[in-house]
Write a protein that binds this ligand. Structure first.
Ligand code: GAL
Length: 680
């Protein structure tokens, strides 16, 4: 997506000057005509600029195979346009109507244990069903043709959270498509037999038709079959995404297309870095999971989305004004959280702040999910907070279109390693890839050091320090890139269970971590995973859990930064660092958690000349994220605490936040300030 197209989207249907988008999913089919008019009035009051319409409207738009009812949607589109509100129009294919599943039950997904996923909720369709695709694309064509020239249309919203409920389908359609995918990947059965290691357990295939998805089996299904099924399932949905997109591009070539990702929420099944190039701009949905690292996780998700978007602006397509309805206990947000949560996404590159949903439903499974207009109506603190945020976003208009300024530290987040490291039949079933990456991020937040979450596709040389937690899958090319990175002056830090397998999930032999052994200057003969609740003490580097390694240092220049003091490997190295070329390569062999890592990191960062850009008083208490354009830098300063934090020495034009009386900018509890400084 070119910057110009995104600018046009942010200018709204009337082509005003660019601003940050503000809005929600809007489901007018749940309400009467009078409510629609009140909706538009309240949207204007709140400063809403864009709404996503029609996401779950298939049954209303096409009540029977050859019956179409667009009149209500025409009216909604017209009303919104009259109100100056742009429409991110859904293709409406997310939830097939009952007439379709009754006529064609063969579109319903099947679980690994052979059960049918019945209609009754939503997204009950097989990504690989040709019958579903025919019907869905017919609807997409009708939608595109009908609204191609409607002045309210600013973007297309393909389906909804593709893969949220239907990423893994084990049906016969899936089996057929999986075989086609494998033929394209391996060409020959011999290639597949090698990659899958089928010499093991008599699994050798002599015909393509013998291959199945990893359905319920007597014991652990073949690990490479499992990994390939994950790759295939992500690709199958990507292929479906492309099919809808191609219809839209053919009929409305100038209207940008997106689909809402869910990079941290829910399933890890969709390899979004690999999907990002298929759409015109990246959108993401995020919901807070209450817990000790909840806002770190929010920041991580926004930061990762920015990485997936290549540092360019993206859309926050959904989050919540307050409680959700799908957690075990659905906690309401505290005063200030609504704005701070939204602005933290903007800090990490969101050019639009949208919620699920505009008006809280009175019926259905999501009636207790918060919205911009709550059950209590406009006379509510929540709606007043919504209006106030609308004003703040107006004040932040100059930020629209700016990109992220690369941070000194990069944290690599890699889908292949996420998938492979957590598979079954491993040294431990307790490993949590996402948690390890989040712990490093939390540690950096606690130190006030700015970090970008990046994918393995990014330009790694941009970061002076590169942290690659549990980088389990390291193909030969990636090993070379990382070696080059260190030799050219980069400082790599990696952890336990990294560099262990290649792209086929085959172990690199000769001692772990095979692919990175030389670079790190260490050799591991055996892993020492710890039982749940078990821990080991490290000399001066805290307490380790989950994992230990039996490390031998193989190069004389390797420094041992910490040793195990207790446990089976007492006195052996636990944390090492090898000067490599102009840079270095460090290894952390156990799980230290956010506090342990915050203790270890300053030494590693200092060697790379990296420290906090924040005044000492604010380090750990304020998160800093920086966006920039040709003329300006935008410093987002987010108070992570419930206390007032001073920010001495920080100057610039205050775009939002409370001006201080004295020279020192002060951040009240949970508030956000945005400073504009001239670009250097
Ligand atoms: C999302 C979904 C929305 C709504 C929301 C509730 O996963 O896209 O339609 O269900 O969750 O939190």
């Amino acid at each position: 997506m070119t910057a110009t197209r995104l600018t046009r989207l942010l200018s709204g249907p009337d082509g005003d000057s660019p601003r940050l988008g503000y809005g929600a999913d809007y489901n007018p089919e749940q309400w009467s005509r009078e409510v629609w008019e009140e909706d538009v009035r309240l949207m204007r009051e709140a400063g809403v600029t864009v709404v996503s319409v029609g996401i779950f409207s298939w049954a209303r738009i096409q009540p029977a195979p050859d019956e179409w009812d667009f009149t209500w949607l025409d009216e909604v589109m017209d009303l919104l346009h009259e109100g100056g509100i742009g429409v991110d129009l859904a293709t409406a294919t997310a939830s097939p109507p009952p007439w379709l599943t009754t006529a064609h039950p063969e579109i319903l997904p099947v679980t690994a244990t052979g059960e049918t996923v019945w209609p009754g909720a939503r997204q009950h369709w097989r990504p690989t069903s040709p019958v579903f695709r025919d019907h869905a694309l017919r609807l997409v064509r009708e939608m595109a043709a009908r609204y191609a020239n409607h002045p309210a249309l600013v973007a297309w919203h393909i389906s909804n959270e593709l893969g949220c409920h239907n990423i893994y389908d084990y049906s016969d359609d899936a089996a057929r498509a999986f075989r086609d995918w494998l033929r394209a990947r391996y060409t020959t059965l011999e290639g597949l037999n090698h990659a899958w290691g089928t010499a093991f357990w008599s699994q050798r295939y002599s015909g393509w038709e013998q291959i199945l998805p990893p359905r319920l089996a007597a014991s652990h299904p073949n690990p490479t079959q499992q990994l390939d099924f994950k790759r295939f399932s992500s690709d199958a949905l990507k292929d479906y995404l492309r099919a809808e997109r191609d219809v839209l591009r053919q009929i409305t070539p100038d209207v940008p297309v997106t689909t809402n990702f869910m990079v941290m929420n829910g399933t890890k099944g969709m390899n979004y870095p690999d999907w990002a190039d298929e759409i015109d701009f990246v959108s993401n949905d995020h919901y807070v999971h209450p817990g000790p690292q909840d806002r770190d996780e929010l920041s991580f998700s926004a930061n990762l989305t920015s990485g997936i978007a290549g540092g360019r602006p993206w859309f926050l397509m959904e989050h919540s004004t307050s409680a959700v309805n799908w957690q075990p206990v659905n906690v309401a947000k505290r005063p200030g959280d609504l704005a701070r949560d939204s602005l933290l996404h903007v800090a990490h590159g969101a050019d639009a702040v949208c919620y699920f949903q505009w008006r809280q439903s009175s019926a259905g499974a999501e009636k207790y999910h918060s919205a911009m207009v709550p059950h209590a109506g406009e006379d509510s603190d929540l709606f007043r907070a919504v209006v106030a945020l609308g004003d703040t976003l107006k004040a932040l208009a100059p930020v629209a279109g700016s990109e992220r300024e690369p941070a000194p530290v990069g944290i690599v987040y890699d889908w292949e390693s996420w998938w492979a490291s957590e598979q079954d039949s491993h040294p431990t079933s307790l490993l949590d890839y996402r948690q390890e990456a989040l712990d490093w991020y939390s540690a950096l937040l606690a130190l006030g050091v700015r970090a970008d979450i990046v994918t393995t596709r990014a330009d790694l040389d941009r970061h002076r320090v590169l942290i690659a937690p549990v980088l389990h899958v390291v193909p030969a090319e990636l090993a070379k890139d990382l070696t080059r990175y260190a030799e050219n002056g980069g400082h790599l830090i990696t952890t336990y269970f990294s560099g262990v397998v290649d792209e086929n999930d085959h172990v690199w032999l000769g001692g772990y971590p095979g692919a990175l052994r030389e670079l790190l200057g260490i050799r591991i003969e055996e892993f020492g995973p710890l039982l749940d609740g078990e821990s080991v003490e490290l000399d001066g580097a805290g307490t380790g859990s989950l994992w230990t390694d039996r490390i031998t240092v193989t190069e004389p220049e390797v420094e041992v930064l910490a040793r195990y003091r207790t446990g089976a490997y007492a006195d052996r190295p636990a944390v090492t660092r090898r000067p490599a070329g102009r840079g270095s390569a460090a290894y952390v062999s156990t799980r230290l958690g956010p506090e342990g890592l915050a203790g270890l990191l300053p030494g590693l960062l200092a060697a790379a000349g990296v420290g906090s850009e924040l005044p000492a008083e604010a380090q750990g208490r304020v998160e800093l994220a920086v966006r920039r354009d040709a003329d300006s830098r935008y410093l987002f300063l987010v108070n992570r605490t419930d206390e007032t934090v001073p920010l001495p020495g920080l100057a610039g034009e205050l775009l939002t936040g409370r001006p201080a009386d004295a020279d020192t900018l002060v951040l009240p509890p949970r508030e956000v300030a945005v400073l504009r400084q001239p670009a250097d």
